[in-house]
Design a protein around this ligand. Structure first.
Ligand code: GLA
Length: 429
């Protein structure tokens, strides 16, 4: 080999190493390698609304049973949820029989799921939907059903055999942080070994936080999404505390999100009892800014047109599902207002202004345009559309201008900013 070709080879090897190092450092490159959740997962999950109601005698319409999921599957298709992007119909805790079968496999409660999970999965698939299920890394699930500890491979195989498409894996009853971490990793590998595409939804950091600062680079290598903060309740206080948690920890969590792996602030409770219309707007807008998995937990048989319109809002879902896959963050907090922003593909940005004051009436907030999108969103100008609470075209804004918004107490104004130069280059094509 002559000297020149050796030098060229060395150069190529060095360039390859540098590229590998650069990619290693870029968030979003080292995700769980299952090709799933390239945008945040969307679906329905029973927990917040139906909890562990196993009393089918007294409450046949709201107990955790095959019937509930068959009805939700029908509605997800007939009422436009599937078309809006909500694809995963997910079972949470309390579906299991109290004992494993004679071969050590988990089994569904035979009174409440008389035809078993395989039958439910077949039905869900026949509707063009996907089925999610729940298990736990520890000795028991949070509600006390059989845990997967010591059974990771068997359980992964059982779920794959049944045709399950998503696993929510909880972390109750783990006796150490090591047990917790090992459990989450082993189940991830076990799911991969089944060869079936199964979205892996974790709660690993939530259970790790009281003991150690979670290693998000590692978590991202094993999970498609991960819960960080306490369970959501049907209340404004709960939604607010999740937003506070996320913004207070944004330096740790925001860089971890990207195609294939997302921070999960828990279910959407829109359509239930606890949030006013303005607060529902705030949840929808901020879950879009946070690139959150969108799992509704509500009763699709009884939902107001306002809640349905909000949950199916195409413009807001497009922000949540933006292919750039970068999570937004809180930009500013002052006088009980918060401004959040999220970079989007094609140099666009989403901006949310939240009025956290829960006394008085609507308040106005003025944003200097130059302060948005790291100074780039509207340089030299941008087209601004208000998406929530009502869609309104606000027109072109130059970099030097300000935008005045009016926001109801506990409500949010969600804006989309399109770069004027991008619009000009599109129209000249
Ligand atoms: C934990 C989880 C909840 C739900 C319950 C079920 O609290 O965080 O989302 O799955 O367990 O028991």
């Amino acid at each position: 080999m002559n000297l020149m070709s050796r030098v060229t080879r060395l150069g190529c090897a060095l360039a390859f190493c540098c590229l590998a190092l650069v990619l290693w450092g870029v968030p979003g490159t080292r995700a769980l390698n299952n090709g799933l959740a390239m945008t945040p997962t969307m679906g329905w999950l029973h927990w917040e609304r139906f909890m562990c109601n196993v009393n089918c005698q007294e409450e046949p319409d709201s107990c955790i049973s095959e019937k509930l999921f068959l009805q939700m599957a029908e509605l997800m298709v007939s009422d436009g949820w599937k078309d809006a992007g909500y694809q995963y119909l997910c079972i949470d805790d309390c579906w299991m029989a109290p004992q494993r079968d004679s071969k050590g496999r988990l089994q569904a409660d035979s009174n409440r799921f008389p035809n078993g999970i395989r039958h439910l999965a077949d039905f869900v698939h026949s509707k063009g939907l996907k089925l999610g299920i729940y298990a736990d890394a520890g000795n028991k699930t949070c509600a006390g059903y059989p845990g997967s500890y010591g059974y990771y491979d068997i359980d992964a195989k059982t779920f794959a055999d049944w045709g399950v498409d998503l696993l929510k894996f909880d972390g109750c009853y783990c006796d150490s942080v090591k047990h917790l971490a090992d459990g989450y990793k082993q189940m991830s590998l076990a799911l991969n070994r089944t060869g079936r595409s199964i979205v892996y939804s974790c709660e690993w950091p939530l259970y790790a936080w009281p003991f150690v600062k979670p290693n998000y680079t590692e978590i991202r290598q094993y999970c498609n999404h991960w819960r960080n903060s306490a369970d959501i309740y049907d209340s404004w206080q709960s939604v607010r505390s999740i937003l506070d948690w996320t913004s207070s920890n944004q330096e740790s969590v925001v860089p971890a999100a990207g195609p294939g792996g997302w921070n999960d602030p828990d279910m959407l409770v829109i359509g239930n009892f606890g949030l006013s219309q303005d607060q529902q707007v705030t949840q929808m807008a901020l879950w879009a800014i946070m690139a959150a998995p969108l799992f509704m937990s509500n009763d699709l048989r009884h939902i107001s047109p306002e809640a349905k319109g909000l949950l199916q809002n195409k413009d807001v879902i497009a922000i949540n599902q933006d292919p750039l896959g970068k999570q937004g963050y809180r930009l500013r907090k002052s006088d009980n207002f918060e401004v959040w922003e999220r970079p989007l593909s094609n140099l666009a940005w989403a901006v949310a202004v939240v009025n956290l004051q829960d006394i008085g009436g609507p308040r106005s907030y003025t944003i200097p345009i130059a302060s948005l999108g790291k100074g780039l969103a509207c340089n030299p100008a941008c087209l601004i559309t208000q998406l929530l609470p009502v869609k309104t075209k606000l027109g072109f804004y130059e970099w030097t201008k300000s935008l005045k918004t009016q926001i109801n107490p506990t409500g949010t104004v969600l804006l989309r900013l399109e770069s004027a130069s991008k619009i000009a280059s599109k129209s000249s094509l």
